[in-house]
Design a protein around this ligand. Structure first.
Ligand SMILES: Cc1ncc(COP(=O)(O)O)c(C=O)c1O
Length: 386
């Protein structure tokens, strides 16, 4: 039987069996509605509050600063639109970067149709934002700076602590989308001067359908969903207790294992990067060589098309991605790669390989054997010529 290797952990992760075990009782036994007064409801409410504590622990927040949502997409929509609505007396200017996830980019675009002004900060060739540029872009009417913590495409980790410091000095709310970094690298919302932070369970071995938004005490934000007043009035909807219990268990495991796991993944990632660049002519690493997520490798290959590459690799049993999974349905090149200065052809020939908890050295060896052959074959039949 053909080997099957998953190298797309940035798209989503399998749920850890320890997480499944923790969740199971909350579907048929402890199924209560957290708003019910009876014992079933109270049992569910207790699990919810314990989960809040566990999630807050992984980022150094207070438990009452965690608002559970259904996805990072929802959290990011809530931040941009919720702060814009709450703070419109103060101003109508928001700052994001050119390499945000589509849920930030599209929310910002929508805010423009509602009369808000958006500044999109550029990045350097590694995808890094210069904190000085943030400082320069802040105006009297700026109400929010939202910068991704680590790129879902190229893995570059942004200087969040410096940016947070600037925002604090300028008294502007600072949000970071940590969907890819939470549970992989240490985060402390106080040390990093973060007012709002997005995290998502299915990127860290928890189930889909659970995520959170950290909202620092005292931050003004309007809800987008009105109803029964769940989640401190910020997100009405009957609470998905099973998924949240899973998210919390995933956080608990990451807290315990993160450091060792990151070291293990960095070793494999660096072996992968070195191997690809050595074995494949005209191959380039995208993103920062050092300031990058432990599990991310992103390459451009000249004279190759990313979509064909992903299909050919899939035929060889390797699951990878070109650009990000969320945008791979579109045929436009990745906005992130373009922002780093890549030409359209280079951005089209990109491959994202993301490692995870179950990636073994043998998987990397297999990839390093298969990928050069696949590239050679594709270059032979490629319409994109030197
Ligand atoms: C950085 C980042 N933000 C937001 C999202 C959206 O996450 P979700 O699938 O939880 O909506 C993703 C998913 O790829 C992401 O990588």
């Amino acid at each position: 039987m053909m080997k099957k290797i998953y190298l797309d952990y940035a798209a989503t992760t399998p749920v850890d069996s320890r997480v499944v075990k923790a969740m199971l009782p909350y579907f048929s036994e402890k199924f209560g509605n957290t708003m019910s007064l009876h014992s079933f409801g109270q049992e569910a409410k207790e699990a919810l509050e314990e989960s809040r504590e566990q999630v807050s622990n992984l980022m150094g927040a207070k438990s009452n600063e965690i608002i559970f949502t259904s996805s990072a997409t929802e959290s990011n929509n809530l931040v941009l639109k919720g702060v814009a609505l709450a703070d419109k007396e103060k101003g109508n200017h928001l700052i994001i970067s050119q390499i945000e996830h589509p849920c930030i980019m599209e929310s910002a675009k929508w805010l423009e149709t509602q009369g808000f002004e958006i500044t999109r900060l550029p990045v350097d060739k590694y995808g890094l934002i210069d904190p000085e540029e943030v400082k320069k872009a802040i105006k009297k009417n700026t109400i929010l700076v939202s910068i991704i913590h680590a790129s879902n495409e190229i893995g570059t980790i942004e200087p969040i602590e410096e940016i947070g410091k600037i925002c604090r000095e300028k008294r502007v709310y600072f949000h970071t989308d940590a969907a890819q970094s939470f549970g992989k690298v240490p985060i402390d919302v106080n040390k990093m001067n973060i007012d709002l932070l997005t995290a998502s369970s299915h990127k860290m071995y928890g189930p889909k359908g659970a995520a959170c938004l950290f909202v620092r005490e005292g931050t003004k934000i309007e809800p987008l969903l009105h109803g029964g007043g769940h989640e401190a009035g910020l997100r009405s909807s009957t609470v998905n207790v099973g998924a949240i219990v899973g998210f919390a268990e995933a956080c608990k495991i990451c807290k315990k294992e993160m450091e060792k796991e990151a070291q293990r993944e960095i070793k494999l990632r660096d072996k992968l990067i070195k191997g690809v660049l050595e074995k494949i002519p005209n191959s380039y690493l995208n993103g920062h060589p050092k300031k990058r997520l432990p599990n991310n490798a992103n390459f451009s290959f000249s004279f190759v098309e990313g979509e064909s590459l992903v299909i050919q690799l899939d035929l060889m049993g390797i699951a990878a991605s070109t650009g990000s999974a969320c945008s791979s349905a579109k045929l436009e090149p990745s906005h992130v790669l373009l922002a780093t200065g890549l030409k359209h052809e280079q951005a089209h020939g990109s491959l994202r390989l993301t490692l995870g908890r179950w990636t073994k050295e043998g998987d990397i060896n297999y990839l390093l054997k298969v990928l050069p052959e696949v590239i050679k074959k594709l270059r032979k039949i490629s319409a994109i010529k030197k």
